[in-house]
Design a protein around this ligand. Structure first.
Ligand code: MG
Length: 159
């Protein structure tokens, strides 16, 4: 059994007239995250970190934009699919530490619900979310985008 670390990053543009899905929940806000999928940058960064931990490439290779079956797909479903892919390789997510950068809306009031959804989708009981702003700097600071960093620990029983 080996312990593997993984790192993931994602950023999505905030646009009007779209539902805001983040961390597996819908947050009431005047803008939403643009994407071929539901734009859930937390879910995407967390998928990527897990793939990285076991050397399985990235989210785009597993769930390509060009495939219509992933259109508007929920981040929770992508996390469930990622879990299936890791399980098939005897790998298991044991810890995830997430940093969300968003000027608005405020993320902190939603952290507990997000953690609940992420733990349900990944099967991991040790997910943490840290919420920060970008101090008014760059695209995230202007409120044009939300960015997420994900660190994970994965147990891998290589056969
Ligand atoms: Mg994404």
């Amino acid at each position: 059994m080996s312990l593997r670390i993984g790192f993931g990053y994602d950023i999505h543009r905030l646009v009007p007239d779209r539902a805001l899905w983040l961390g597996g929940i819908e947050i009431p806000f005047e803008k939403g995250l643009l994407g071929h999928s539901d734009g859930d940058a937390i879910a995407h960064a967390l998928c990527d970190a897990q793939f990285g931990a076991v050397g399985l490439g990235d989210i785009g290779e597993h769930f390509p934009d060009s495939d219509p079956s992933w259109k508007n797909i929920s981040g929770k479903v992508l996390l469930e699919q990622t879990r299936i892919i890791l399980t098939a390789r005897n790998a298991k997510l044991v810890q995830a530490d997430l940093t969300v950068l968003a000027e608005a809306p405020r993320i902190s009031p939603h952290k507990e619900s997000m953690i609940h959804q992420l733990e349900k989708a990944t099967g991991c009981r040790d997910v943490s979310i840290k919420a920060r702003t970008n101090e008014g700097l760059d695209s995230v600071g202007r409120g044009d985008a939300i960015a997420v960093y994900a660190m994970v620990l994965v147990e891998w029983d290589r056969v």
